[in-house]
Design a protein around this ligand. Structure first.
Ligand code: MN
Length: 222
């Protein structure tokens, strides 16, 4: 083998594997969130880095915007890594739910419920569908946990264990290589919490939730 070619390849991979400046990366990651919103007009939380500490949080928000969808968010490195899931999560391992990765959201967004006024980005109603803590599937402890999860995320295959009220047990999020950059699949692993029956996240919502009330009131006009 050409020694110069070998040298080039070695140099290339050592540069490619250098860790990025993480702090810059975090701030950059919330820039998109801030750019899309006007916090004098929307009640959504402003950008800030925060962490739960020893345990990481997850939240699933049901969001009636121009289209009803679910937002799946995992706390990681002070922000919420976020995916929009059009059909909502499923507890059935046969379902591969499309999850479009969207901009990082601030940690405080995990508590956000309410109305985003007309004319604002994502205008509509947000309600918390499920929440809890999560870990990786091999019970890695902090601080290694977040590094491991970040590596998995960057590799396009993150395996997690959720401790929610509705979502329990192992899931994975896998990036679709052939599709657009931000297309992932959310898949339930086959474990003791999995169901083999048809799962519809819409059926797991209280009748009097703000979105359900809106849907009932607007049924005839839609
Ligand atoms: Mn949304």
């Amino acid at each position: 083998m050409d020694i110069y070619l070998a040298g080039f390849i070695i140099t290339y991979f050592s540069i490619a594997q250098k860790p990025k400046n993480q702090l810059t990366q975090y701030y950059m990651s919330l820039n998109k969130y801030t750019e899309k919103r006007d916090f004098t007009k929307s009640p959504e939380p402003a950008a800030a880095l925060k962490t739960s500490g020893a345990t990481l949080s997850f939240v699933v928000q049901r969001h009636k915007a121009s289209r009803l969808h679910y937002d799946f968010r995992l706390e990681l490195n002070g922000v919420l890594k976020s995916w929009a899931v059009p059909k909502g999560p499923s507890m059935n391992p046969k379902d591969k739910r499309l999850a479009m990765m969207v901009e990082d959201h601030p940690y405080d967004y995990k508590n956000f419920e309410g109305i985003i006024p007309e004319g604002n980005y994502g205008a509509g109603i947000v309600e918390i569908w499920d929440e809890g803590s999560y870990i990786d599937i091999t019970n890695t402890a902090q601080p290694e946990l977040e590094k491991k999860l970040m590596d998995e995320l960057n590799a396009g295959n993150i395996k997690i264990k959720l401790f929610g009220k509705k979502l329990k047990g192992e899931f994975s999020l896998r990036k679709l290589k052939a599709k657009e950059d931000n297309a992932w699949l959310l898949i339930k692993h086959n474990d003791e919490y999995a169901t083999l029956e048809a799962y519809d996240s819409e059926k797991e919502t209280p009748e009097n939730s703000p979105i359900n009330k809106w849907l009932a009131e607007n049924k005839k006009t839609v």
